[in-house]
Design a protein around this ligand. Structure first.
Ligand SMILES: [Zn+2]
Ligand SMILES: [Zn+2]
Ligand SMILES: [Zn+2]
Length: 275
């Protein structure tokens, strides 16, 4: 890319800075997700931007905060980048260090464009996910996902038409990504409906995300291959008495000792044995 720098090294500095902005945006998502008790262990940067793999607890408020925290980083950067550029503009840098002035201007514009693009209400962009979390409060998780997937599919196809018209390959790539993710949204909504219909141990809760676990023979003993309900048997296989002290939460993915799922004060049966 040629942005008219006198010293070409500024092109590199600009590119690295762009990645830096994307990275702290993703850190915003990850930190907010952890703050509300979710899981966020991976941030991937690729030429089109970044993705923080966040799994917030399945509550609209927690999802809303985890998603909104990313663009909020860019909102915070608006006055900072604008202030720096203004300082340079008011000083003599424009004449003395034209590259510095040009760089500060580019960073301010890029941060603003990232913010604008991310906030487009097209799922799975941040704006679309924020719309989903807001709809979730009103119509529930699965229906909100169906609604934003429809919007995403329409938006993705519209962007694809625009990409062909302007012969912009990167816009085409983003359009295909949006359309594919929206298509997957329909399937995900069906899975969510199925999971929501499953019976739950309503008296128990994941220590991290506070969701009640499933009730039924969903766990398998790796010793004798018996299917059983680990919560009904307190992590002890009813056939061979193998112990499973930790259980992974199907909602947030975190492992917790079986005793921590039970309300405090519940006695722990130490000598539970198969009848
Ligand atoms: Zn984001
Ligand atoms: Zn067993
Ligand atoms: Zn959980």
């Amino acid at each position: 890319m040629d942005n008219g720098y006198e010293a070409p090294v500024w092109n590199v500095i600009e590119y690295v800075s762009l990645f830096g902005i994307v990275l702290i945006h993703e850190f915003g998502h990850a930190l907010a997700c952890r703050q509300v008790g979710g899981m966020a262990n991976q941030i991937v940067l690729w030429p089109l931007g970044g993705i923080a793999y966040v799994a917030p607890p399945p509550r609209p408020g927690a999802v809303l905060w985890s998603i909104a925290a990313g663009p909020l980083v860019n909102v915070v950067l608006v006055p900072i980048t604008a202030g720096l550029w203004y300082l340079s503009y008011r000083s003599d840098w424009t004449m003395e260090f034209p590259d510095v002035d040009r760089y500060l201007w580019s960073i301010m514009i890029m941060n603003g464009m990232l913010l604008f693009f991310n906030m487009l209400p097209i799922y799975p962009l941040d704006g679309g996910q924020i719309v989903q979390a807001l709809l979730w409060f009103v119509v529930g998780r699965a229906t909100s996902l169906v609604i934003v997937s429809v919007i995403g599919l329409i938006g993705g196809c519209g962007l694809l038409v625009l990409a062909v018209a302007t012969q912009s390959w990167w816009m085409g790539l983003i359009a295909v990504f949006i359309a594919l993710r929206s298509g997957a949204g329909f399937q995900q909504a069906r899975l969510i409906r199925e999971r929501l219909a499953l019976p739950r141990h309503t008296d128990l809760a994941c220590p991290h995300c506070k969701e009640p676990p499933f009730k039924g023979d969903f766990w398998g003993c790796d010793q004798c291959e018996t299917r059983f309900d680990t919560f009904a048997h307190r992590g002890v296989c009813p056939r061979c008495a193998a112990r499973f002290d930790e259980t992974a939460c199907p909602e947030c993915g975190r492992h917790s000792p079986i005793g921590e799922w039970f309300p405090s004060g519940t006695p722990t049966p130490r000598d539970e044995r198969p009848a």
